[in-house]
Design a protein around this ligand. Structure first.
Ligand SMILES: NC(=O)c1ccc[n+]([C@@H]2O[C@H](COP(=O)([O-])OP(=O)(O)OC[C@H]3O[C@@H](n4cnc5c(N)ncnc54)[C@H](OP(=O)(O)O)[C@@H]3O)[C@@H](O)[C@H]2O)c1
Length: 217
């Protein structure tokens, strides 16, 4: 089975559709249902208790976990001078705490199953940002924990991928009331296809980190 956080929308939903088409069992964890998932674990992953409950429900499932793909994420665009504690809490809990604690809770099962972990980070986790510094900080943190996980799973069959794309045409920005024109950006279905291809490479090939840019010219 393939476990996806955030398969109700955007990149996660496109991935769930691709895996469903392949006959794979998709387990979604998000607040809303995913039409493409066989099992929907409906949780708001901002709280530790909900993350631990979700992890327990995954542990109770008997099938082998092939991969865990973390697509959960939220955006914000407060500039310096306008940053609020609420936004810091919202972004750090959704973008960092949720994937980090979930993976930690599942680490024994990940090792037992030889599962791969792919975290959808962002190009924002590779550079500074004046327009969305809280988002960038959360993505640097997510990328940092991904690289630590890579170290922790060395010597096991589990591959860990830090996936850092640039802008994609999803509702991420609209939900944050950020006025961004995403029309010319990459399509979530192309990104989902690429993620699936990376995970289908032979098990002795680990794409440890990938940065994907939108080609403008
Ligand atoms: N779009 C881009 O340009 C872009 C670029 C680089 C990286 N990324 C990253 O890609 C990932 C996917 O983003 P997307 O663009 O596909 O955004 P999206 O369409 O808004 O999807 C985000 C997903 O995260 C889930 N989610 C958000 N908060 C949650 C919570 N508290 N508890 C449980 N689930 C939660 C949502 O499900 P519910 O609302 O149902 O809970 C939804 O399924 C994110 O990590 C984002 O930072 C996006």
């Amino acid at each position: 089975m393939i476990v996806i956080t955030g398969a109700s929308d955007g990149i996660g939903l496109e991935l769930a559709r691709l895996y469903k088409k392949d006959g794979k069992e998709v387990i979604n964890i998000s607040r809303r249902e995913s039409e493409a998932a066989e099992v929907n674990i409906l949780k708001d992953l901002r709280t530790g208790a909900a993350i631990i409950e979700a992890a327990q429900l995954i542990k109770d499932l008997p099938d082998r976990i092939e991969a865990i793909i973390n697509c959960i994420g939220v955006f914000s665009s407060e500039e310096f001078g306008k940053i609020t504690e609420e936004e810091i809490k919202r972004l750090m809990s959704s973008n960092v705490k949720a994937p980090m604690l979930l993976i930690s809770e599942l680490i024994d099962r990940i090792k037992k199953d030889g599962a791969d972990v792919l975290n959808v980070v962002s190009k924002a986790g590779t550079a500074g940002s004046t327009s969305s510094p809280v988002y960038a900080a959360s993505k640097w943190a997510e990328r940092g924990f991904t690289l630590s996980l890579q170290e922790a799973l060395k010597g096991t069959p589990c591959r860990v991928i830090s996936f850092c794309p640039g802008g994609i045409q999803t509702g991420l920005f609209e939900k944050a009331e950020a006025s961004v024109d995403t029309n010319a950006w990459m399509k979530p279905e192309s990104i989902a296809l690429f993620i699936k291809q990376i995970l289908e490479l032979p098990k002795n090939m680990e794409v440890s980190e990938v940065i994907i840019n939108r080609k403008t010219g």
